[in-house]
Design a protein around this ligand. Structure first.
Ligand code: EPU
Length: 430
């Protein structure tokens, strides 16, 4: 298992390019199952979860090819036929987002067999609403031997109201509905930019979707979908993580190919915490992109954070924010409302000297505390990012274990950090 050895205490400086959004790329890849034509996706991040999803699609019978950075990180997926519409336990247990193949498979083939995801380090994370929604569209669902079996001759458009806002649930039903008979209306849908990006791809493929990015999405089913080309939006959580990295190390960074509109809540909170952030358009080749400049101007201020669905402060930035709050003057109250068990990083941060009290969904971080390098262990993707941030700010050496978690969603983060002046090294052990 790989580890990072990090020598803290150096301000990060320079330019870093933000990659494509993992959580937009995963549903886009699943959407390729909706057509027998080729779907080409650009700006695909080279992270472990994408490799896992590609493995799943290939195992089911799709052909895929991936080109490198020079060709725009381009992934072509061709799902001519899918002889075996099964997502096996071995893959789903590695990555819960595998469940995103459920909607497209039932929509196109009238049959899917997807392993139930089981427990997760950050909370229970059931998929009951994905299943209830598919049932509302006429699918018959049964659970057998740990697998969800979904069957339908052809899905029928209907009205479905989500009791809880769910990102992948909205994506799954939106994809299934594209090939249903008639109109589907999804109420209380998630508003995340990844939903809008998926709808944009599906519409390029010939779907008829309106309202993505609002609480009510309307999908008029079509007989078939075609191939399409699409460029994935920038990763807002990678962007937020680098904003926090600049702030916690007292650094100055320029983040290229970012999308500040997707980080309004994060940037507002960091500004409240005393971080200077500006954004401006820039050109990259023929494209107009956005650049975010972030500068730490002095000791940070405490600021309370409550995680919320988009456009609120994202749960996927909570752990990184907690690391930053350890360096702020005063007490920051963090309230996690999305996942019930997403504070495992707090105990590891405490091992580095942080003063954090967790009580249910609330955590109080008292700062500033001097962090000292220690051996710590990552428990999930964003928790591992928070430990890396803390280690960058800590005095002396830290070893962050189980960095396979960070590899799931950050593209060679140690290379990007090294180029910004961080002392970080990957230790590979068999
Ligand atoms: N929920 C239910 N029933 C369902 C589905 C969800 O009760 O059928 C609950 C969950 O237990 C949770 C809440 O609804 O309490 C929200 O979960 P959601 O379904 O929105 O999460 P997700 O779709 O499984 C995506 C991201 C996560 C991110 C969350 C919240 C992808 C592939 N994953 O998960 O990303 O934290 O939305 O924004 O898009 C990450 O990238 O590190 C990550 C965990």
């Amino acid at each position: 298992m790989d580890k990072f050895r990090i020598e803290g205490g150096r301000p990060l400086e320079g330019k870093v390019t933000i990659g494509g959004a993992k959580n937009a790329a995963l549903p886009a890849m699943a959407a390729a199952l909706l057509t027998s034509k080729r779907v080409v996706l650009r700006n695909i991040p080279r992270v472990r979860d994408i490799i896992t999803m590609r493995g799943l699609l290939d195992e089911m019978g799709a052909d895929s090819s991936l080109k490198g950075e020079r060709q725009g990180n381009r992934l072509a997926i061709h799902a001519r036929k899918i002889p075996d519409p099964t997502a096996p336990y071995e893959l789903v247990k590695q990555m819960r987002a595998s469940v995103l193949v459920l909607g497209p498979l039932v929509g196109r083939f009238g049959h899917a067999r997807v392993s139930l995801p089981g427990g997760c380090a950050i909370g229970a994370r059931p998929i009951n609403l994905h299943l209830k929604g598919l049932e509302k569209l006429g699918a018959t669902i049964s659970i057998e031997h740990g697998y969800v079996e979904a069957r339908a001759d052809r899905l029928q458009g209907d009205l479905f109201h989500f009791d809880t806002i769910t990102v992948t649930g909205t994506e799954n039903l939106m994809m299934a509905a594209t090939l249903a008979d008639g109109v589907t209306v999804l109420e209380n849908a998630a508003l995340e930019p990844e939903i809008e990006d998926l709808a944009a791809l599906l519409n390029k493929m010939g779907a008829d979707i309106t309202g993505a990015g609002t609480p009510t999405i309307r999908v008029r089913g079509v007989a078939r979908l075609e191939g399409a080309e699409h460029s994935i939006i920038p990763d807002r959580i990678e962007t937020g993580t680098f904003l926090a990295a600049a702030a916690i190390t007292g650094g100055h960074l320029i983040l290229e190919c970012a999308e500040p509109r997707h980080l309004t809540a994060v940037m507002a909170k960091l500004r409240e915490a005393g971080v200077e952030i500006e954004s401006r358009p820039a050109t990259r080749g023929k494209d107009v992109t956005q650049v975010i400049e972030v500068k730490a101007t002095g000791p940070g201020r405490a600021a309370d954070v409550t995680t919320q669905e988009y456009p609120g402060f994202p749960t996927d930035m909570q752990a990184q924010y907690m690391a930053l709050a350890t360096q702020a003057q005063g007490s920051s109250v963090i309230t996690e409302t999305i996942f019930e068990n997403r504070y495992l990083h707090a105990l590891e941060l405490a091992r580095m000297g942080a003063d954090i009290t967790v009580d249910g969904r609330r955590a109080v971080v008292r700062g500033p505390t001097r962090l000292s390098g220690a051996n710590v262990q990552a428990s999930d993707l964003r928790a591992s990012a928070s430990l890396v941030l803390a280690a960058l700010a800590a005095e002396g050496e830290s070893v962050v274990d189980r960095v396979y978690h960070i590899d799931r969603g950050y593209e060679r983060i140690e290379d990007k950090l090294k180029r910004l002046g961080a002392q970080i090294q990957r230790i590979t052990e068999d």
